[in-house]
Design a protein around this ligand. Structure first.
Ligand code: TYM
Length: 325
């Protein structure tokens, strides 16, 4: 069986973009693959943030995974920092990565602009991500489009290492959810919906109050036309709402256009709001069931054991290939 893996950072604010771009894709494919999903807490300390509260946010993210349909019987669910082979392998991969290629990563360029005192960890972030992926012989990595370049770097590193030391790593593929690979901000639909956005009215968080979610959608920026047509360049706001509606209901963009051919923006926005609220409400109900249950501790204990078995074997193989004692 082929393997699938993805991770999210435990930032406390999981957005509709994270859900559609990554978690929903994992849930959709979990029967086809042997699956690993983890909390990328080591990546969360690459940027300055005094309010990390990682323990609580990690628990919350696990409860959200479960609430979004990630089945603990079909996935190995674990916390990255609980498995030291990730950072161990990362060193080997750093020694097979180039300063130039890491300097060209879009995310690094963007984030390093925000704070001139950026850390070395922010620079090597994509190499740790490559270690996360390559440790498990991962075939496919469901991610949003913003992470595609990082998965491609993992591919390049895997190929380079295999050429130098002999077949060691499976070369992974990024998989993306079509239009849903980039959910845009509701206020400025030319920008990605992002946890760190300054105006939170453009961002739907999975744990937002349902009335707030409805208002955010009803106030989403559109255009002065009347037709519900997918045209991201000229109609980014409406196109984004079409993507959200289509992704949640597993419909195609064409089906949505057809469904609303005679509707106005008000009717369409209401339908999108109803759909999102219904989906998020279902997720929140399940989240509340899981968040205080000891199921989370059991899952993480199991996930820690299982992920370490896979990771240790790969790490030992890498050490051998490089020729260490
Ligand atoms: P994070 O937590 O920033 O993002 C988690 C996932 O959500 C996707 N995403 C989006 N998808 C669609 N529309 C959006 N507006 C949107 N915003 C975010 C991201 O592309 C990502 O898939 N570096 C990763 C965490 C990570 C990882 C890994 C992922 C660490 N190691 C190994 C896969 C494999 C990240 O950015 O997380």
């Amino acid at each position: 069986m082929k393997r699938m893996l993805t991770g999210l950072q435990p930032t406390g604010v999981i957005t509709l973009g994270n859900y559609i771009g990554a978690i929903k894709e994992m849930a959709k494919r979990q029967d086809e693959y042997e699956s690993f999903i983890f909390v990328a807490d080591l990546h969360a300390i690459t940027v300055p943030n005094m309010d990390l509260n990682l323990k609580e946010k990690t628990r919350s993210l696990i409860a959200l995974y479960l609430a979004c349909g990630i089945d603990p019987n079909k996935n190995t669910i674990f916390v990255q920092s609980e498995n030291e082979y990730h950072t161990n392998l990362s060193w080997f991969l750093e020694c097979n990565s180039y300063f130039g290629e890491l300097s060209r990563m879009h995310q690094f360029k963007e984030k390093s602009k925000k704070n001139e005192n950026f850390t070395a960890g922010l620079f090597t972030y994509p190499v740790l991500m490559a270690a996360d992926i390559l440790l498990y012989d991962t075939d496919v990595v469901p991610v949003g489009i913003d992470q595609k370049q990082h998965v491609e770097l993992a591919r390049d590193i895997a190929i380079r290492f295999n050429n130098k030391y002999g077949e060691t790593f499976v070369v992974p593929e990024p998989v993306m959810s079509g239009a849903g690979a980039k959910i845009m901000d509701l206020i400025d639909p030319t920008k990605k919906m992002s946890k760190s956005s300054e105006n939170q009215n453009g961002v739907i968080r999975l744990l937002d109050d349902l009335d707030v979610i409805r208002k955010k959608i009803m106030r989403a920026t559109t255009d002065s036309e009347m037709n519900i047509k997918y045209d991201p360049e000229n109609k980014p706001g409406i196109s984004n709402l079409i993507t959200i509606y289509a992704s949640i209901l597993n419909k195609t963009v064409e089906e949505v256009e057809k469904e609303f051919i005679d509707s106005n923006y008000g009717t369409f926005k209401k339908a999108v709001a109803d759909t999102v609220v219904q989906e998020v409400s279902r997720i929140q109900d399940k989240y509340n069931e899981y968040i205080n249950s000891d199921l989370i501790d059991k899952i993480l204990e199991e996930g820690k054991k299982k992920s370490r078995i896979f990771a240790k074997a790969k790490y030992e193989a890498v050490k051998n290939k490089v020729g260490f004692y």
